[in-house]
Design a protein around this ligand. Sequence first.
Ligand code: SF4
Length: 343
Amino acid sequence: MKALLETNLASAAQPLELLDVATSTNTYSANGWSYECAEKYLFRMGKKLIEAGFYTHFADASMEMVVKQVIELPTSYGCPMKCAYCAASCIKGIMVLPPESLFEMTDLIIHAHALPADCKILVTLTGTGDAYYTLNQIERYIAVTSQRYRNASFTISSCAWTDSMLKRVEKMAAAHRFRNIQATFISMNDMVTRRLIPGLPHESCGIFEFINHIRTSLLRNWRINYVLLNAINDSNRSFRAFMEAMLPIKDKVIVRISSLNETLASKKSNLKPSSGDHAAVLQELLIAKGIHAYLFHSAHNDNMSCGQLVLERTLMESSDLFCQLSSPMKETAQILQSPSTDT
Ligand code: SF4
C-alpha cells in the first residue's frame, strides 16, 4: 500500500481550487483554552474535495484573549488506516497529498488572515491522513515551512508509529519546533486496537514498545490521544492498566482524553461516545499519579474538528442542503455515502 501511494504521488500534484469556507464557533473543554472559532477551507483537487482547518482558540467566550492560532492540514485524501470512528475512513479512494499542495493551503490561509511571515502559528498535520503513510511529505513540508514562517511550530500524529519513524521524528524535532508528537490510544490489548484500526501495519509498535521508546527518548513533548469509546476502553480496569503503563513516562507525556464526536463511520461501526463521568474518572486517576491529563470535547458536534468532515454536516442536516451543493461537493458527498473500496 505504501509503495502504491508513493507511485500515485506524481499524479496527485494537481491544482487546488478554493470552493468554500465553512465557519463555526464552539465551546470546548481543552488544554488552556475554552472557545474556538473554526473555519474549514474546502478545496477541489480534480474530482476530490479536500478540507483544511483554521482555528482560533480563545481563553473564553469573551474572545478577548487569543491563546493560539492553528492550521490543520490533511496529508492525504482518504486514509488507509480506516479507523472505525473517523469520517475519513468512509472516503473511497486514497491519495497522498504532495507537499506543494500543503504549501499552497498554508499560504492561502495565512494570506486570508493577513498574518505576517513571523506569525506564531501552530500547524498540525493531524487532518485526514496518517504519518505512517505520509511522513516523507510531512518531512519536506516542515523543512520548507519552518524557513518560510520562522515562528511556526508543528504537531504530527500517527496510529502506527514504527521504530524507524520515531527515529526520523527525533531528528526532525531537533531541527524544527515541535509542539506535540501524538499517538492515538485505543486499548492496551493490541487485538482490540487492530480491530478498530484495520489498516494498522504489522510493523507498527505495540503499546509497550511505544512506551519504551518514549522512556528512552530525549523529547518531552509526547501526547497520547486516548479516544474514549463506550464499552471499548472506558472501564475502571482499562483505566488502571493505562495509568500503570504511563507511570514510567509520566514526565514526558500529556494525555488528551478525547470524547468521540459521532460520524457516519462511527455509526456504521456502532461505536458510541463514553459518558463525561468516565472521562472525569480517568482524568482524576491519572492526575492523582502525577500524569498530566486533560479532557478534550466540544459542547456541540459541528463536524469541524479532527476525525470529522464538514461535508458530513451537510449530509446529516438536510437533503435540501445537499441540493444546494456545488457539483464537486455533491460528487464527494456521494462518494462518502457509497461503500468503501480502496484504490
Ligand atoms: S483517525 Fe487519522 S489515521 Fe485514522 S482513518 Fe482518520 S485520518 Fe486516518
